[in-house]
Design a protein around this ligand. Structure first.
Ligand code: ZN
Length: 178
């Protein structure tokens, strides 16, 4: 499939703009390794049909969460949101991230220092290297929801540490009660 909604970027565009120059992109198309139904046959707790996902998420979030695309920087208003509150998976409402661990970075995605306990899982996004191999075609560490398997973003070394670099279109923000 070749969805490419106007507000999403290819992985190549994503990397060009993250400044993560130590990582070189593989030319393989995205998404084969994300979302439910990947090679591991892991059964996520929440399962939906394609039609159900499209209805729930809408076209743009579907392309990101179920096909692994990345939104354009600053396309989500959540990138510089600073209010206290919780960030939930748009696919299943699991509490994935908390505003207390959010960091606003000019790169324009939604960054967190850590996820909530038992809320996300990781996978290799890209060609899987041999054990112990060092490669310039380093794969990315992809982050997805523990409960529904939807793609959220990646773990990246940015601003001096490891951050969860998350698409705002994958999250619902719930401001804390005043
Ligand atoms: Zn989820």
């Amino acid at each position: 499939m070749s969805r490419n909604p106007p507000h999403t970027l290819s992985r190549r565009g994503f990397f060009a703009s993250t400044g993560a120059t130590a990582l070189t992109l593989a030319s393989a198309p995205v998404a084969a390794s994300v979302a439910a139904g990947s090679a591991s046959d892991f059964q996520y707790e929440v399962q939906r049909t394609v039609d159900q996902w499209l209805t729930q998420l809408g076209e743009q979030s579907y392309a990101i969460m179920r096909e692994g695309l990345t939104e354009a920087p600053k396309s989500s208003p959540l990138w510089d949101e600073t209010k206290p509150g919780s960030y939930h998976c748009k696919g299943c409402d699991l509490y994935n991230y908390d505003a207390r661990l959010k960091v606003v970075l000019e790169k324009g995605w939604v960054f967190f220092e850590h996820s909530q306990p038992d809320s996300v899982l990781t996978a290799i996004d890209g060609p899987v290297p041999e054990y112990g191999a060092m490669s310039e075609d380093a794969a990315l560490t992809e982050v997805h929801c523990r409960r529904c398997g939807s793609h959220l973003g990646h773990l990246l070394i940015v601003a001096g540490g490891m951050k969860h670099c998350i698409n705002g279109a994958s999250l619902d923000f719930k401001p804390a009660e005043a």
